[in-house]
Write a protein that binds this ligand. Structure first.
Ligand code: GLN
Length: 243
């Protein structure tokens, strides 16, 4: 990996990439290139070692069994924890989010250890699966427009004291705890239940990751508005769906 490039790592596309979550990598790449940043993207399959010198790591959602396999391999590999120790930024979705926590319930109904990179614990919701469009307000400290996404999960995620809720739901279930929280984050690690893919619906999240990775407060503006139509359409759909 060369030093002058931004290194983007897409973790385990063979196990964790439901609902087009790979689009997150495409959008981060695109928003970086629009700022004339040189991006090197590494798609790391589950039989390959996780590089420890990446700048941004993205992890998607997955079905329950691939989720367990991914957690086992990531624990055994240890590279993602080392990358975070090196200051890397991590953004995770749904199954990926649950894996970054302390533990979740696997497809065998057992408690499966996660990586402990986020202070969250996921259990299995007893009620109906959380499915549908979501609209939420992102933590004001992140200075981002409202979050739009699609959720489909049985897991319910409880935040510990060192994780902040990524957003507060206006519509939808988010973490599924009934307290209105959606996702979690700390200084460098983010988790959300939002598919969509979430970066295509909310490209400013990609910009946030770039700013954190580059350690800058602002990026040059980009002149594109295509996503506003998508946002408008999905926010209208979220608002229209039965509660
Ligand atoms: N298997 C997990 C759950 O149902 C995650 C699902 C997903 O990633 N969409 O909670």
């Amino acid at each position: 990996m060369s030093d002058s490039s931004l290194r983007l790592v897409w973790v385990y596309p063979d196990l964790l990439s439901t609902y087009g979550d790979q689009g997150n990598a495409l959008v981060v790449e695109r928003r970086a290139r629009q700022r004339r940043l040189n991006v090197e993207r590494y798609d790391v399959r589950s039989d390959q070692p996780i590089p420890t010198s990446g700048d941004i790591y993205l992890i998607g959602g997955g079905e329950d069994r691939p989720q367990r396999l991914a957690a086992e391999r990531l624990r055994r590999d240890g590279g993602l924890q080392r990358a975070v120790g090196n200051g890397a930024i991590v953004f995770s979705v749904c199954a990926g989010y649950q894996i970054l926590g302390h533990e979740f319930i696997n497809d065998l109904g057992e408690r499966e250890p996660g990586l402990g990179l986020l202070d969250v614990v996921s259990t299995r919701g007893e009620g109906e699966r959380c499915v549908g469009d979501v609209l939420a307000d992102i933590d004001p400290q992140l200075n981002l427009p409202p979050l739009t996404g699609f959720e489909n999960h049985q897991g319910v995620t409880h935040l510990g004291p060192t994780a902040r809720p990524f957003a507060r739901t206006r519509i939808g279930r988010g973490n599924g705890t009934g307290d209105g929280t959606e996702g979690a984050f700390n200084d460098t690690v983010f988790g959300t239940y939002m598919h969509g893919p979430v970066m295509a619906r909310n490209p400013q999240i990609a910009d946030l990751l770039l700013k954190l990775a580059l350690d800058v407060n602002a990026l040059p503006p980009v002149d594109e508005q295509w996503y506003e139509a998508l946002r408008g359409e999905r926010i209208a759909a979220a608002t229209a769906q039965p509660a």
